[in-house]
Design a protein around this ligand. Structure first.
Ligand code: LMR
Length: 335
């Protein structure tokens, strides 16, 4: 009798377990919507596609990554809100777009802070840089990685664009960043915050005269077709933080979160390796298209832009933190 009861209990236990296994096996995959505002051909576009490939290969049938490029799902005015509401699970806004969530990330917009992309990479990999990935947890945002795009170039609908005085009085589209607003005010220009999806039309119709973006964004959005001159200023960086909804991320099964972390590391390596190559390719394609003139700058020209923009640092250093700025400056020295 005892034997039978035990066997019965075992059988029930077994069938429950099998039932659970079959429920798990048939369970719908976790859908991860990854929304961004640029083209597939850009560093961010390539990174998002790589993440999909790696995540789905690591977790077959368990996750489905849906990538929405080109502001298809959410424009950059709305994507952060959508992330917090759970309407999208991963986004990768430019580091210029975190003003409302933390002042520390404003550091990335300080003009001429990083000598080149290698310095920016060193800072992002440093303890100070990595700590910023966790700096918005109290707002429900978890940073997962930094992705590179490249250095920004200044462009206008004028023939002359060599020195800061050439942009006096001009209207510039800027990302939603108070630092960038101050940067253009410092140049006696008129900045206007506009979503990325609205830039082409704003340039085309003359709502604004100019903009600033890396070559990959200029080319993929055809901004060079509606600008006369692009000066090779390299005056700041445009990079991204890949972020997720902290509550959603923490609620994932442990094995899924671990595999997604690995997939994200692989996608980051891929995107960051490609970024420079894509920007160089697109610079050449812009030159070949012959629509906008690419204006090379002398050392003296670049120094003039640097001097003109330098006062911006002082305005933001208290909010960012002097220590963080020092750590970023130190990254200009290869160790
Ligand atoms: C911009 O708004 O100019 C960029 O942040 C777009 C992007 O995501 O690269």
């Amino acid at each position: 009798m005892k034997f039978t009861t035990t066997r019965l209990a075992t059988a029930i236990g077994l069938s429950l377990t099998l039932g659970l296994v079959s429920v798990t096996a048939n369970a719908a995959p976790i859908v991860i919507k990854f929304s961004h505002v640029v083209a597939d051909s850009t560093p961010k576009g390539q990174g998002a596609l790589k993440f999909k490939e790696l995540a789905e290969a690591a977790l077959p049938g368990e996750v489905e990554v849906q990538v929405f490029p080109n502001s298809q799902l959410f424009g950059d005015g709305k994507e952060m809100e959508a992330l917090l509401l759970g309407d999208v699970q991963i986004i990768a806004p430019s580091l210029a777009k975190f003003d409302r969530y933390t002042k520390k990330i404003q550091i990335f917009d300080l003009p001429f802070l990083f000598d080149d992309m290698a310095a920016l990479d060193r800072f992002q990999a440093s303890p100070a840089g990595q700590s910023l990935l966790d700096s918005m947890q109290s707002k429900g945002i978890q940073g997962l990685a930094y992705w590179h795009n490249g250095l920004k170039q200044m462009s206008t609908n004028k023939d002359k664009l060599t020195r800061p005085e050439d942009v006096k009085g001009l209207k510039f589209r800027i990302q939603a960043s108070d630092v960038l607003e101050a940067q253009f005010r410092q140049l006696d220009a008129n900045p206007q915050k506009l979503a990325f999806a609205e830039v082409y039309q704003a340039l085309q119709t003359g709502v604004v005269d100019g903009a600033e973006n890396p070559w990959s964004n200029i080319y993929s959005q055809k901004f060079h077709e509606v600008q006369k001159t692009i000066a090779n200023t390299n005056h700041g960086a445009l990079d991204y933080m890949v972020i997720t909804n902290a509550g959603w991320w923490d609620g994932l099964p442990e094995n899924v979160r671990a595999a997604l972390k690995t997939a994200m590391a692989g996608a980051t390596e891929h995107a960051n390796k490609l970024a420079n190559e894509i920007n160089e390719r697109d610079k050449k394609l812009i030159a070949d298209a012959g629509k906008a003139k690419i204006q090379p700058l002398s050392k003296e020209d670049v120094a003039a832009w640097r001097t003109a923009m330098q006062p911006v640092w002082e305005k933001f250093q208290d909010g960012i933190g002097v220590d963080l700025i020092e750590a970023a400056k130190a990254s200009n020295q290869p160790s």
